[in-house]
Design a binder for this molecule. Structure first.
Ligand code: 2P0
Length: 329
């Protein structure tokens, strides 16, 4: 009987500047397209995992609760298969932000869990292999392993070994402020996996969305490497609106916005009309994420906070990838 094997990791959320919305393989969670994101220095998940042969079953606590843990349990099964062990695990995971409301808790959550499992079991996975593993938990998690600006490859291999995220540029290549206008902390009604399946099956715009992504990836990669904030912001806003057009065209339609979401989008357009460089992006939820120069962040945050229905404004900047820490919970 071996001693319990334990490790803790921290990972932060990431915001996609070119979005992932569609899968080429559901079982392996392979994206239909690549994506480009920036990993944040905030919106953090802290996870401890302990594989213990004395445990009769997995014991998973997310934010102190034992509910909603099915995806974690399925992920632990994958890890056990990879490691050749039957050992059950205790997992504790805490977010410092509201979960399930379009703030990508699955991204930071599965990135932290993949890294903690790798360390606890001594798997010695490469960053690419860790990203592949995290992707099985959640597509966006593959990107939170990487710090700064990251590019996720769709890959073409049927087994998905080439669908992982790689570093594109360090944070200092394009200093940014990322402001999150939180319009509600309530969980969203349709999760991303279900939303993607519905869009793929019913939106007449979906093929056009997938086709348009390659050009966005090429332009976004070049704009980040050139440190061109205006071009990055313009591309990110256009890409997000096209993704939402695809979602809105699904049947039944996927409308993730509320009144405050639209009001915050208007605030950003008003800021631009009066000479402040600010651009929004929106994921599968009602929050509005705004990019601007760090020197404009105070003014943009004040304008968002003054927008009807905006409950709070969170601030972030590009940050590091997932990392191991001492026991955190
Ligand atoms: C993104 N989203 O690129 C896009 C934009 C939401 C909209 O990645 O099904 O929770 O678990 O792989 O990672 C959210 O999707 O979806 C997401 P699954 P995930 O950030």
């Amino acid at each position: 009987m071996s001693a319990p094997r334990q490790a803790s990791a921290v990972a932060t959320s990431n915001i996609a500047l070119v979005k992932y919305w569609g899968k080429r393989d559901l079982a392996l969670n392979l994206p239909a397209t690549g994506s480009i994101s920036v990993t944040l220095n905030a919106l953090e998940t802290r996870t401890t995992v302990c594989f213990d042969e004395d445990l009769a079953a997995d014991a998973i606590r997310l934010g102190g609760k034992t509910t909603g843990t099915e995806r974690i349990a399925a992920f632990l099964d994958l890890v056990r298969e990879l490691a050749g062990t039957d050992s059950r695990a205790a997992v504790t995971s805490e977010n410092d932000f509201p979960t399930g409301a379009g703030l990508a808790s699955s991204a930071s959550g599965f990135a932290a869990l993949a890294l903690a499992c790798d360390a606890a079991l001594g798997l010695g996975l490469s960053t690419a292999a860790l990203s592949v593993l995290a992707r099985r938990g959640s597509g966006s998690a593959a990107r939170s392993l990487v710090g700064g600006y990251a590019e996720m490859a769709a890959g073409s291999a049927p087994d998905g070994h080439d669908a992982y995220a790689s570093p594109l540029a360090p944070p200092e290549c394009l200093p940014l402020a990322l402001l999150v206008a939180v319009t509600t902390a309530a969980p969203k009604t349709v999760g991303s996996t279900e939303g993607m399946q519905r869009t793929e099956a019913t939106s007449p715009y979906h093929a056009a969305w997938v086709r348009s992504t390659q050009g966005d990836l090429d332009r976004m990669r070049a704009a980040i490497l050139a440190g061109d904030l205006e071009q990055v912001g313009t591309l990110a806003e256009g890409n997000a609106l096209r993704m939402h057009a695809d979602m809105l065209a699904a049947s039944p339609p996927l409308l993730y916005w509320n009144a405050a979401t639209v009001a915050a989008m208007r605030t950003v357009h008003d800021l631009r009309a009066t000479g402040t460089g600010a651009w929004f992006t929106i994921d599968a939820g009602p929050q509005v994420k705004v990019l601007c120069a760090p020197s404009d962040a105070d003014g943009v945050a004040a304008a968002l906070a003054a927008t009807a229905g905006v409950e709070q404004v969170l601030r972030a900047a590009p940050g590091p990838g997932a990392r191991l820490v001492e026991r955190v919970s």
